[in-house]
Design a protein around this ligand. Structure first.
Ligand code: ADP
Ligand code: MG
Length: 675
């Protein structure tokens, strides 16, 4: 019944069904869970004599109702309403059917805005319903739904009204025991209150119940994942002090305290019987690679292989080089396996990997092709895990008899709330300290009117043999003429101010090999200035680049700007970042935060406060999260849901029969699971 198409609901024909489908409502269940985006409180009925401007409801008899054309394209219906206390005029524009609909002498509810119109107070375009009937749009807290062209909230309310009997008989979606213990509203009342609230108090209870269920589902998904991981057999890599010592003495620098802490946590994980599942979070330049290298070294010394995956060929090549430099003198064999590796070399490397003649293989997605077999895969390192699809990770982890340890690294700070929910089954290590002697990047917000000063500085740096980036918000020119497009800027700068320099163009719409070519040319110092979009955001390491100008800076999140800025300041030279907003007016407090701080975690939190979680994590990263009401910043709610989830999973309560819940849990498990 819930899976039946919307067209089975009374009053829903083919045309309406199509419009509902455009809102994502294909089945009856979709409809039930298509929640209003907001409400308008028209529940209070005011006598006409005491009306004050604003949203009002009156219950009155129609004395007269007439319609006429004022001019071409403008029709007006006027009605005189009387409730015994006084009379009031109601007007509707371009609703020709109104006059005929209003029966003189009948009583109706009118809900709308009471306000001045041409020197007199009238009720404007009020929703109107027979006082004797069941109201869905008047005299109540009225739900306002998301709309599409040609479909009014009112029509959706009528459809929802048809579903009331169904809402009343739905089976509970949570274990009834839980509903009782947590004092939750039952599902029947919940759905009814959300679509047709009786009071705002009850509506809040209904929304709270849905919030709890939403967060609980997330928590259950990660609790089950965590339990699964704990039940798997991994490769035990006992801590070996001599091996650790050998690595640290080979390093050209001393590990930071944060790096040491992370390594220690990892050592404990990999010494255990179940596989490690750890996320290493650390700001750009905090030295995550060294931590991964040390782990790979210890794993290699235990006779196991490491697969090291990077999101791009450039990064993979970079990693392979630095890992080889560091590890090969100590007898660890490192190989690179990427898409552009020549077929013959590729085959040879694959054979070596299969025979166990390679200890660390670095690559991109080419690493996880099915025909690529490891002899004894003990560790998987994933750099910038956000860029990898879940399915890809799954493939890699399916190989081998035992489950390899997993170390996932990211420079994107993940707020605590998401760590608890979406990434709940991951252990987390944080590198909150930069290596000593790093010069902070001098950051400045520059008005677009002073753009030439930035160009002058860029040119001066290039004259010193350095390189620079100009980052633009869009690829091609669009209607939004104010935004700098990377193509137009490249052309403009090539022809004018930088015509004596070597410029490169880089953006996501270029073919992969073209991107690689440009990036390599920049790395090899064959280009002075790279005009690019945010494609350069991930891990690119060109220590000779010392200046970056970011156009349309107000369009980016603070965390993202911080990541972008991390592309400079990677060498020993002082580096600079200029933030140029689209207009002089858009110079904001938000951008000034970047002048003040170089701490990615602080900036992520500041962004969260300034823009709200929806803006930052809602669409961008967690479009697949299905949250209607739950607020992931509600720590009390998170804690409660987590406790309940832990208990359910520990006591083996079976949720299989709560079909809807079970399906959603499994959706999230696939979404967040790393194996
Ligand atoms: P990220 O965390 O952004 O991946 P990397 O691992 O690329 O950072 O490290 C950035 C640079 O810092 C590298 O050149 C690396 O050799 C260097 N580095 C890493 N750890 C230290 C340290 N403890 N002391 C000094 N330099 C370090
Ligand atoms: Mg890195």
């Amino acid at each position: 019944m819930l899976e039946a198409p919307v067209s089975t609901v009374k009053g829903v024909g083919a045309v309406l069904a199509d419009k509902l489908a455009a809102l994502g409502c294909k089945t009856v269940r979709d409809l039930l869970y298509f929640f209003p985006r907001r409400y308008e409180d028209f529940s209070h009925i005011t006598p006409i004599a005491s009306l004050t401007p604003g949203k009002v409801t009156v219950k009155a008899t129609v004395e007269s109702a007439t319609g006429r054309h004022i001019r071409r394209g403008l029709h007006i219906t006027e009605a005189v309403l009387n409730d015994g206390s006084a009379k009031v005029r109601a007007v509707w524009f371009n609703q020709k059917y109104r006059a005929a609909q209003l029966v003189k002498g009948d009583e109706y509810f009118f809900s709308g805005v009471y306000d001045l119109q041409r020197n007199r107070y009238v009720l404007q375009n009020p929703a109107t319903e027979q006082a004797a009937g069941a109201g869905v749009s008047t005299a109540r807290i009225v739900p306002i739904y998301r709309m599409v062209v040609g479909l009014k909230s009112n029509q959706i309310r009528k459809v929802m009204h048809e579903l009331l009997p169904l809402m009343a008989m739905l089976p509970e979606t949570l274990p009834p025991q839980l509903v009782a213990n947590q004092k939750l509203l039952n599902i029947n009342d919940t759905l009814r209150e959300i679509h047709f609230p009786t009071t705002s108090q009850r509506l809040t209870e209904a929304q709270n119940r849905i919030s709890f269920e939403e967060v609980l589902t997330l928590m259950l998904a990660s609790a089950y994942n965590k339990k699964d991981i704990a039940s798997l057999t991994g490769w035990e890599v006992p801590f070996n002090a001599a091996t650790a010592k050998q690595f640290t003495s080979a390093l050209p620098f001393a590990l930071t305290n944060a790096q040491r802490g992370a390594v220690w946590e990892i050592c404990q994980d990999i010494a255990g019987a179940s596989p490690m599942n750890r996320l290493l979070q650390g700001d750009v330049g905090s030295g995550k690679t060294a931590v991964a290298a040390m782990t790979a070294f210890m794993v290699a010394k235990a006779g196991l292989q490491t697969a090291f995956m990077a999101p791009t060929e450039i990064l993979a090549t970079q990693h392979a080089q630095s890992l080889a430099n560091l590890l090969e003198p100590m007898g660890v064999r490192v190989a690179l396996l990427v898409g552009s590796t020549k077929p013959k070399a590729k085959e040879a490397t694959k054979l070596h990997v299969a025979h166990g003649d390679v200890d660390v293989v670095v690559g991109t997605h080419a690493l996880i092709q099915k025909d690529n077999v490891f002899k004894k895969l003990g560790l998987v390192v994933i750099d910038e895990q956000h860029r990898f699809g879940v399915a890809q990770r799954a493939e890699l982890l399916q190989q081998g008899a035992r489950m390899p340890h997993l170390l996932s690294m990211t420079a994107t700070p993940i707020p605590r709330s998401l760590q608890l929910t979406v990434y709940g089954e991951l252990e987390v290590s944080i590198l909150n300290e930069l290596p000593k002697g790093r010069q902070p990047i001098a950051t400045k917000v520059v008005s677009p009117l002073a753009r030439h000063t930035v160009y002058t500085h860029i040119d001066a740096e290039i004259a010193k043999g350095r390189q620079a980036y100009v980052v633009c918000p869009v690829v091609a020119d669009s209607k939004d003429a104010e935004l700098k497009s990377v193509e137009a800027e490249h052309e403009r700068l090539t022809k004018s101010i930088f015509k004596h320099r070597r410029l490169g163009l880089l953006h996501g719409q270029l073919k992969a090999d073209e991107k690689e070519r440009v990036m390599r040319a920049f790395k090899d110092k064959k280009l002075d200035l790279l005009i690019c979009t945010t494609v350069i955001e991930v891990g690119v390491d060109v220590p000779n680049a010392t200046v970056m100008a970011i156009e349309g800076a107000e369009r980016f999140g603070l965390a993202q700007l911080h990541q972008l800025r991390g592309r400079v300041g990677r060498g020993s030279e002082q580096s600079y970042c200029y933030l140029i907003p689209t207009t002089a007016e858009s110079v904001s407090q938000r951008l000034r935060e970047l002048e003040k701080s170089t701490d990615g975690f602080y900036l992520a939190e500041a962004d969260l406060k300034l823009r709200g979680p929806g803006e930052i994590y809602g669409r961008a990263q967690h479009g697949e999260l299905n949250l209607s009401f739950a607020n992931l910043a509600d720590t009390k709610l998170l804690k409660k849901a987590r406790d309940v989830a832990t208990k359910i999973v520990a006591t083996d309560v079976s949720l299989v029969k709560y079909k809807q819940l079970w399906q959603q849990i499994n959706r999230y498990r696939r979404l967040t699971k790393l194996n």
